[in-house]
Design a protein around this ligand. Structure first.
Ligand code: ACM
Length: 541
């Protein structure tokens, strides 16, 4: 293993030289103050993979791995130094030390990514040298949609491990949508008793004629969430929960019909949605709905310490509000001029509500329509333009344009891609994704907190299907989020591909069902299940 096989590649590496340092049963671990998460992770993960005790040792003892904070380094930066005598990882914060430990694991080879040794007694040598590294962005995320297809708790914990292995630090947890409510809310038990289950599921894109006729569902108890959040915290990952309002709410309306526009349709007849797309069945913009969701968010805030709380805000059709006498009366009463401004009023309410509790609202870029709430941040998904407008108006932005980093979109134009939807976005395309558009001035660009890849699971019915869509592209995305790379056309994709050879071996050791470079294996294909490919790519705006 050399320094040239790391993903993401570090900012600076010197070496390797010398014989390297051998980790064996006598290697000790000294963890300075504030580095306990990494100490625990090294013993539990690396120690288990290599069956090494990494017993507590003295500071400065030869033959040790030493962890320490270093106030001269930036927050998430680290310096990894390997001599013939030992390993030292310094980090600007505990997170920096942890990212350094992730680099150490990659330097030990694919075996370090297993849960137990396959060659007991083997020696593990770390190449000698110095690596200095720091991330470009503070928000390096992945969004997982657990509503369209539920990912049981174990699968979420596994994804947190996979994010950490790629130095990603935000897990955007899309917990509610039309097709399922996945979070236990104690004061509203029907959200999960009713809203977490649907009787059948569209199999393929919504235009497909196929159905999976078995019930689908699941939810996380509040204890599951506490475990997920604590586990993420031990990996220096922030969990940003999303409760989608006022659209994408049919599962909540199925559970509590009074949340819907009862003067327009018989909301009591609505079930949890069983197909895909954008439903017209949205929340009623009234005080009852506000109070109900304040109750939901009160429990959300108790469970999730994240500063940012995602309120969705995307794809809220306004037909029912146009047809609803109650919604029209609300427009009049508020003195706003149309339904977009009514949505804006709705979102602003939660912006103020969250701010008063020391949190910050983030929503999809539709929250710009009708005026953006003060202090709100935007997930720019319909291209770059929402993010550009928000950053120019002084709002913070997370760049996740669907044309580039929607990992549900197909990764090859061939006929064997499983349920192909959207644009072709290859591994190389993702590697050439640039999160900061050239239109932004340096000052405006400061508002780009970072970037995230989004994983919508309509056509991903199993964890293997999620893995297939996410990997290997998440590895390219991780490098884009971590490193300051040259302009897209000048990026050395050949070098990235060469490093991927080592990385595929790591993914194999982790049991990731990625898309092989040669195309899907027979069991990864879904012949006959209709998708909806989009040809060509619209202009990048
Ligand atoms: C989205 O893709 N509707 C945010």
């Amino acid at each position: 293993m050399t320094f040239e096989q790391l993903i993401p590649a570090p900012a600076r590496a010197e070496g390797p030289g010398g014989d390297g340092f051998v980790l064996d049963a006598s290697t000790t671990l000294w963890a300075g103050p504030g580095t306990q998460t990494t100490e625990h992770w090294l013993r539990g993960t690396l120690g288990a993979a290599l069956r090494l005790p990494l017993a507590p040792g003295a500071e400065g003892a030869p033959g040790s791995v030493a962890l320490r904070l270093d106030s001269e380094l930036e927050a998430e930066a680290y310096r990894l130094t390997v001599t013939g005598d030992g390993v030292e990882i310094r980090g600007g914060t505990a997170a920096g030390v942890f990212w350094g430990a992730q680099t150490l694991r990659q330097l030990l080879g694919a075996a370090a990514f297993r849960r137990a040794p396959i060659a007991p007694g083997r020696e593990y040598t770390v190449p000698q040298g110095v690596i200095e590294d720091a991330p470009r962005f503070g928000w390096r995320g992945m969004m997982l949609d657990v509503s369209r297809h539920f990912t049981p708790k174990e699968g979420v914990l596994r994804y947190l491990d996979l994010l950490a292995a790629h130095k990603l630090n935000v897990f955007h947890f899309h917990l509610t949508d039309d097709q399922g409510w996945r979070l236990e809310i104690k004061r509203y038990p029907k959200l999960t008793e009713v809203g977490a289950w649907r009787s059948r599921t569209k199999w393929g894109h919504r235009q497909s004629e196929l159905w999976d006729e078995k019930p689908h569902g699941g939810f996380y108890t509040q204890d599951d969430i506490r475990e997920i959040v604590a586990y993420a915290d031990s990996l220096h990952i922030t969990v940003v929960p999303e409760i989608d309002i006022p659209g994408h709410s049919q599962a909540a309306i199925a559970a509590y019909p009074e949340l819907g526009n009862t003067d327009v349709i018989d909301t009591a007849a609505l079930g949890v949605w069983d197909t895909w797309g954008v439903t017209p069945n949205v929340l009623a913009p009234n005080d009852h709905t506000l109070r109900f969701y304040e109750g939901v968010f009160e429990e959300v805030l108790e469970l999730f310490p994240s500063t940012f709380i995602h309120v969705g805000g995307d794809e809220c059709p306004k037909e029912q509000w146009k047809d609803s006498a109650a919604a029209q009366a609300r427009i009049e009463e508020l003195g706003v001029s149309n339904e977009d401004e009514l949505q804006s009023w709705f979102i602003r309410h939660f912006d103020k509500w969250l701010s008063a509790r020391g949190r910050r609202l983030i929503g999809w870029d539709e929250i710009l329509e009708g005026g953006l709430a003060e202090g709100a941040a935007v997930s720019s998904w319909r291209g770059y333009s929402g993010g550009i407008a928000a950053a120019q108006a002084g709002h913070d932005v997370v760049m996740c344009p669907e044309q580039h980093v929607y990992l549900d979109h197909r990764q090859h134009g061939g006929p064997d891609e499983p349920v192909p939807i959207g644009w072709v976005r290859t591994l190389e395309d993702v590697y050439r994704f640039e999160p900061v558009p050239a239109q932004l001035s340096a000052e405006e660009a400061e508002h780009v907190l970072g970037t995230q890849a989004n994983v919508w699971t309509e056509v991903m019915e199993s964890h293997g299907r999620v893995d297939y869509q996410v990997f290997p592209r998440l590895a390219a995305f991780a490098e884009v989020a971590w490193r300051t790379l040259p302009a897209p056309a000048e990026r050395d994709f050949a070098d990235f591909e060469r490093r991927m050879t080592a990385h595929y071996a790591r993914l194999d050791a982790l049991g990731v069902d990625y898309r092989p470079p040669g195309g899907p294996l027979p069991w990864q294909q879904r012949p006959g299940v209709g998708g909806r490919p989009i040809e060509g790519l619209p202009p990048m705006v």
